[in-house]
Design a protein around this ligand. Structure first.
Ligand code: LLP
Length: 384
């Protein structure tokens, strides 16, 4: 059950809001940094998961780099003091303005996702009289065994350069004087829970692709294996800190590195997912024809994941202690049938005004929210 550091103060606040457990966030970052040092891995926080300024500042203070997918994410990282050299920039469609901006601030690497993009960056760099650092994001054709919408490394996915174009990519690199080849990039998907098997498969595929470059006499200095480490949505308290050690060990054991070769990762969800809960109040409990509905003052406009992916988030009635258990659907106020946060959940008998915590909403929560139905989006509250 979620515990607030300052419950009296919390009880006076308007809902809905995102409650940041800053202590847990710091402990999570510490655990990640410790494991990354142990295995000699460079981390770039995937800022798309949560762009909150206070988190970015802590990430920056620990010297962690950032993985971006838009010019504005690059800009936001720079504004918050992140070293440009630690920034990597992926995405299947970077605009000319985004590319020129990122090139001028001197990011560590563009993770290029197509042959077409390589040629665009070359021509923009030539026009600016600059050189651009590029890595090739290759589609490794590895199944992440996760939700279809968050799988990125299969033949049918739009991401990365298809394996059959690797030779062509090498030919383009050789004839582009304004591109500096930095390495290879892979990312197979998100919320991966079969850590040992899935990431070992990713390593095997990466190894085979690195071999192709080496056979061509090209040294691959940086190998970026992306993000994807899953979190335990069912047990946020007993598994508050994800298994960074297991993930990094799996990568190191399955990908032999040459001298001078560096391993990078881009975790998002695992860094921040468990550190935030969406706090809401019950507007009313509605008796339906077949079901009983708890109607909250938050919904899919704040937290889209259940509607979009059928995602599970643990829901707790913080005021329900000692009451009998009942079965409910938990829904929001939005005029959409998909605005159901959870179906068939057992909760203590729930009443108008009860405080509800929707757990594990730190990653892809606030960043995917909207003001649909002209609702005021949830705001942020920090435990400290
Ligand atoms: N690197 C790249 C290139 C990515 O596309 C992503 C996530 C990451 C790293 C970070 O992956 P993570 O460690 O967070 O799994 N909105 C979805 C998740 C989309 C993930 C997009 N890419 C959700 O709510 O589940």
């Amino acid at each position: 059950m979620l515990k607030f550091k300052n419950p009296e103060r919390i009880a006076t606040l308007e809902t809905p809001f995102w409650y940041y457990d800053m202590d847990l966030f710091r402990r999570t970052v510490d655990a990640m940094v410790e494991a990354s040092r142990k295995y000699g891995i460079t981390v770039h926080y995937s800022i798309k998961a949560n762009t909150e300024k206070r988190l970015v500042e802590i990430i920056k203070d620990r010297g962690i780099g950032i993985d971006c997918v838009s010019g504005n994410e690059v800009k936001w990282s720079i504004v918050n003091g992140v070293e440009p050299a630690g920034i990597v920039f992926a995405g299947v469609g970077k605009s000319d303005a985004e590319i020129v901006y990122a090139m001028k601030v001197g990011i560590g690497s563009f993770n290029c996702e197509s042959l077409e993009e390589l040629e665009i960056i070359e021509s923009l760099a030539a026009k600016e009289g600059m050189r651009a650092n590029v890595s090739l994001r290759i589609n490794p054709e590895v199944d992440a065994k996760t939700h279809k919408f968050i799988t990125t490394g299969l033949e049918m996915d739009k991401f990365g350069i298809p394996r059959r174009f690797i030779q062509k990519a090498i030919d383009i690199l050789r004839k582009c004087p304004h591109l500096t080849f930095k390495g290879l990039h892979f990312h197979i998907g998100s919320q991966i829970t079969d850590v040992e098997n899935v990431f070992a498969n990713e390593c095997r595929s990466a190894k085979a692709i690195i071999d192709i470059f080496e056979q061509e006499g090209i040294m691959v200095e940086n190998v970026d294996l992306g993000g994807g480490l899953g979190i335990d949505y069912h047990n946020p308290d007993s598994h508050a800190i994800p298994e960074f050690d297991l993930w990094f060990r799996t990568l190191r054991e399955n990908l032999p590195l040459r001298l001078g070769q560096h391993l990078h990762v881009e975790p998002g969800r695992s860094v921040v997912g468990q550190c935030v809960s969406l706090i809401s109040r019950v507007i009313l409990v509605k008796e339906g024809e077949k079901k009983n509905f708890v109607i909250l003052d938050t919904g899919m406009n704040d937290l889209l994941r259940p509607a979009l992916y059928g995602a599970y988030h643990k829901i707790e009635n913080l005021d329900g202690k000692g009451r009998e258990l009942r079965l409910y659907d938990i829904a929001g106020p939005i005029c959409e049938s998909a605005d159901v946060l959870a179906e068939d959940r057992v909760l203590p008998e729930t009443r108008r005004g009860d405080l509800i915590a929707i757990r594990s909403t730190g990653a892809y929560g606030s960043v995917m929210s909207s003001s649909y139905n002209m609702r005021t989006p949830a705001y942020s509250v920090f435990s400290d």
